[in-house]
Design a protein around this ligand. Structure first.
Ligand SMILES: [Zn+2]
Length: 397
């Protein structure tokens, strides 16, 4: 595997950034790749695509990463405005797609003999890296912003990593952490993390190719929330490898969705820029994707353009409406950041960008069960003796 700059094509021996400033990814010759034998699923997970990975994930919790369900959800078609599938990433061990990158990144560190892994995060990625490190002999360092309320760290702390609050520019910490001594940092767009996260796209395409999803040979579009741009870049990488292997004739369009309160990538797309500029973040319900300075933003923008997709942003009201639709119409509980995908699909359909018969996969990147519930219930109390009559009146309408 070779570290290659997606933008200028230069190669490097180490690091996460090219001399030109572009993020590096791990290139593999995928020409001879074919779908592995046997059915995909939770018993194989990310390891199923070991031929396209820089390192094989370790046994234990990493074996539970990936292999998530791809579910056709006709009950969401009307809301979505197209034929809707959900890729349910909440089935990962820590409830988000981050486990795919952690499985590969922690394996790379451990197999190289590193004693420490680390990350800069106070959300899904911190939880994921801490969990995957806990499944090995590696120690784990999690760097969080100084102003974080300690109660926000409960999910991370249960895996017992070393947590350090850092005062200063949190955006800059992302890059500075990569030069810290003795710790291999697995940040959101580092090459091994991106290599693991490309398996989302591989699984989606394999499910379609094997007719697990009906008559469609490939989805017309894949829709992802976008924050750092790491997952979107990874999806693009995976799709390109499948095309190189002859397993995809045409790449599905990649549509990326941001919260309007913090949408630097969508802003660059709207005005036709090739470079994503830093913005300021405002409050949004989709706080876990509110990234004002996305390290792989420009690469994600290129992914959307190269595949014929787009980058859009959605309001908090649209996000919450999509979250309710996922729960009430389909039975899925996702975090608001993941509901952006369905909100984006609805907007793209209304704009004519997606057609009613398009096969569209919305990637639900993380569980909503870590959130405080947004719905409340104050059910009335009925005496047991009156219950029969009460239920009769309910079911008779
Ligand atoms: Zn470069």
């Amino acid at each position: 595997m070779t570290l290659t700059c997606y933008r200028c094509g230069r190669t490097a021996n180490e690091g996460a950034r090219c001399d030109c400033g572009g993020p590096l990814w791990l290139d593999v010759d995928a020409t001879d790749f074919s779908w592995p034998d046997g059915a995909p699923g939770p018993t194989t997970g990310v390891r199923r695509y070991a031929d396209l990975l820089p390192v094989e994930p370790l046994p234990g919790v990493a074996a539970a990463a990936g292999g998530t369900p791809l579910v056709r959800v006709p009950r969401l078609d009307e809301f979505a405005g197209c034929r809707c599938w959900l890729k349910d990433e909440s089935e990962n061990p820590t409830g988000s797609f981050k486990d795919r990158g952690s499985a590969v990144g922690v394996a790379a560190a451990v197999r190289a003999g590193d004693d420490w892994v680390g990350t800069v995060s106070h959300g899904n990625m911190a939880t994921s890296v801490a969990a995957h490190a806990a499944g090995t002999d590696a120690d784990c360092l999690v760097l969080v912003p100084d102003d974080i309320p300690p109660e926000r760290l409960g999910y991370v702390a249960q895996y017992d990593p070393e947590i350090v609050r850092v005062a200063g520019d949190y955006g800059r910490l992302y890059y500075d952490s990569l030069d810290l001594p003795g710790v291999r940092f697995l940040n959101s767009d580092t090459p091994h993390r991106v290599a693991g996260q490309k398996t989302t796209a591989l699984e989606i395409c394999e499910a379609f190719a094997r007719d697990l999803s009906g008559e469609d040979e490939a989805p017309d579009a894949v829709v992802l929330p976008v924050s750092s741009g790491g997952h979107a870049s990874a999806a693009w990488k995976g799709l390109r490898e499948l095309r190189a292997a002859g397993l995809l004739d045409e790449l599905p369009r990649l549509y990326l969705v941001q919260a309007a309160a913090c949408d630097p990538i969508a802003a660059a797309y709207r005005v036709g820029d090739d470079e994503v500029e830093t913005t300021t973040a405002k409050e949004t319900v989709a706080y876990s994707i509110a990234n004002p300075d996305p390290p792989s933003g420009t690469r994600a923008l290129a992914a959307a353009r190269a595949t014929g997709g787009a980058v859009v942003s959605v309001s908090d009201d649209e996000i919450l409406a999509a979250k309710r639709a996922l729960a009430r119409r389909a039975g899925f509980c996702v975090e608001p950041a993941s509901a952006t995908t369905l909100a984006g699909v609805r907007q793209l359909s209304a704009a004519g960008e997606l057609a009613a018969d398009d096969a569209v996969v919305a990637v639900a990147t993380g569980t909503g069960f870590r959130e405080s519930p947004t719905a409340t219930a104050r059910p009335e109390t009925v005496e047991l003796a009156d219950l029969d009559g009460h239920v009769r009146s309910l079911v008779d309408g």
